[in-house]
Design a protein around this ligand. Sequence first.
Ligand SMILES: NC(=O)c1ccc[n+]([C@@H]2O[C@H](COP(=O)([O-])OP(=O)(O)OC[C@H]3O[C@@H](n4cnc5c(N)ncnc54)[C@H](O)[C@@H]3O)[C@@H](O)[C@H]2O)c1
Length: 452
Amino acid sequence: MRVAIIGTGYVGLTTGVCLGFIGHSVSCLDTDYSKIAALRAGEIPIYEPNLSDLLEEARPNLRFTSSYAEAIPDAEVVFIAVGTPPTPSGAPNLEYLSQAARCIGQHMNGDFTVVVNKSTVPIGSGNWVDSLLRESYEQRHGTKSADFAVASNPEFLREGSALHDSLYPDRIVIGADESRALELLYSLYRPILDQTFNAPTYLPRPDWVSAIPLVSTDLASAELIKYAANAFLALKISFINEIGLLAERVGANISEVARGIGLDSRIGSRFLNAGIGWGGSCFGKDTAALVATAGEYGLSMPIVEAARKINCRQRDRVVEKLLHELKILKGRTIGILGLAFKPNTDDLREAPSVEIVQKLVDRGVRVKVHDPIALDRFQREHGAMSVQSCKTVEEVVEGCDALVLVTEWNEYRDLDWETLAAKMRCPVVLDGRHALDREKLTRAGYQYLTLA
Ligand SMILES: NC(=O)c1ccc[n+]([C@@H]2O[C@H](COP(=O)([O-])OP(=O)(O)OC[C@H]3O[C@@H](n4cnc5c(N)ncnc54)[C@H](O)[C@@H]3O)[C@@H](O)[C@H]2O)c1
């Protein structure tokens, strides 16, 4: 099928490459010319494992452009995957979505087209996009009526394993109020739903994956599924962090508690890691949007609001723990291990590291930072913060009064902790992710701390 993807960020590029890989003809469009130029030159503007390999395999089916006139007229399915960043009120900024919808409407050729919201958008956005498309189509084409339908296809990929999640998803959700749209999307996704494509060698099909469940529903339900899913995951993390506080007071081990409850198949062990809490471009923004949407209907969402508050508190607790241990923070040197909001990505949007670094700098701490992948991005996006960027962990630890593990990159687990301890002024490690080996670090002479 002929597909256009609007937006070549984490979601749009992954979707475009995967659809190209399974045989569709895909135009990837972005208004950021530098991204398109990079992609044309074979460079990937984001860090995502295996993306460049899959892009090379899919390349014969991919085109990169900044021109709506090139990408839209022939497309049977158009995905909108532009950013929907949060505004101060909590409601997402829909400016990019509206620009994209208007440009698509102007360039549709009159043949039946399905326009799919893949961006995470508030409930009701499908109808709004419908009206924008109709309006701009009619402005361009006079009274001739447009033949299109709007659908929702929420994205559940996780940065860092985005390709795996797209080729072997837990489920695919499609929502539309017109059956023609659902049928077209079903055909589009059939190779993934039936798992009939040849798996790439570097992304083998897991043994447990056979047919992928399809949830085919109405527009509003699909839109709500995305928000409800993210809110649930966010509150699972906040729940274990709340229990963590009590665990600390009563002398319980929160990792053991999490394991003990997570093995109950009704609960499940994932997203029960106590620590600094969530970051990234989705959970904060989507929980805020859910609360804002509920407010528009005169409802409150106390559980979701509590999850948000608990998440903020965890970041304050990092400073509190350090203060408790070091007594005075002003003038201390503290090293931050990990800047990306999670391992295997370079994404710093709403990364806990940024807020923690700022809180420490505000208290007069000299901060040194390291990340295996996101260091350059941190310098570009947060260069104004006066911190010392270090290319190696050895450089970070030199003269440090404490280290804080913020992102659990695998390589931090296997460091030569004994040698590093000797270089620190004071061997204190605050393991914000319960990722390190407490016994090993204690044996190496560290004061090993966790948030709970
Ligand atoms: N990143 C994730 O893990 C993830 C997961 C699920 C859902 N989502 C949702 O998917 C959407 C996209 O997220 P992302 O992380 O890929 O964002 P992103 O910021 O990485 O990418 C968005 C891209 O859209 C481009 N763009 C903006 N306006 C445009 C326009 N009018 N025409 C063409 N291109 C335009 C931008 O230049 C940018 O490259 C968001 O709504 C997000 O909430 C993201």
